[in-house]
Design a protein around this ligand. Structure first.
Ligand SMILES: Nc1nc2c(c(=O)[nH]1)N[C@H]1C(S)=C(S)[C@@H](COP(=O)(O)O)O[C@H]1N2
Ligand SMILES: [Mo]
Length: 198
């Protein structure tokens, strides 16, 4: 598929495009519902469930090390964008601040606006996953999840929660918004884990 919205991958790009996906021109915005407008001053981030409950401010997050990340981005609606440049804080660095119970095997990501998405601890606590605060060197725009979103590069992008404001640690798998509405529980793009089939 080509034309206004898609472009043909170069030979070197082809191996990075999972089956059934097309390269998007630009960086589409995909949001269910309205875009929350949250200032950094009022922004707050909570952890609860199988963890010592804690609340973090924007400046708490800014005291953590920041890194540049380059990651491919795959939306289950069949567009991908390769080599997106982000700046952010590693999930693994943040988790070190928490007292998580060893019984926690699953995580629910919660967001301003009410969106949720679930992920296993094994998929979440990876060096390559991060909280993004910049996109191509600029403050993360509100429509792409600013002031802060999650990026989990190895799963479909619905697992990368925009406007993240909390993590709930769980002793068993629970389903988030799209997962309750038919999307796959895990969502791995190379295996085309798109829909759950229930
Ligand atoms: N809070 C929230 N996060 C979200 C979504 C959403 O609707 N709300 N959409 C998801 C989906 S389906 C995709 S493809 C990506 C889109 O990110 P983008 O708008 O920056 O391209 O965000 C994901 N995270
Ligand atoms: Mo998506």
């Amino acid at each position: 598929m080509q034309g206004k919205f898609f472009q043909k991958p170069s030979p070197s790009q082809s191996k990075s495009v999972p089956p059934g996906q097309h390269l998007a021109k630009g960086f589409p915005v995909l949001t269910y519902g309205a875009t929350p407008q949250v200032s950094k001053d009022e922004w707050e981030f909570r952890v609860w469930g199988l963890v010592k409950p804690m609340t973090f401010s924007w400046s708490d997050f800014m005291s953590l090390p920041q890194h540049d990340f380059t990651a491919d981005f795959h939306c289950v609606t069949r567009w991908s964008k390769l080599d997106v440049k982000w700046t952010g804080i590693k999930i693994t660095d943040f988790i070190k601040l928490l007292e998580v119970s060893p019984k926690a095997i699953h995580v629910m990501q919660h967001c301003y606006g009410g969106y949720t998405t679930n992920i296993s601890m094994a998929d979440f606590i990876l060096e390559e996953n991060f909280f993004a605060i910049k996109l191509f060197g600029e403050d993360l725009p509100a429509e792409h999840g600013g002031p802060m979103r999650v990026i989990v590069p190895h799963l479909y992008a619905w697992k990368s929660a925009k406007w993240i404001n909390g993590l709930e640690f769980l002793e068993s798998e629970e389903l988030g918004f799209w997962e309750r509405n038919g999307y796959h529980k895990r969502g791995e793009p190379w295996g085309e884990e798109r829909y759950s089939g229930f």
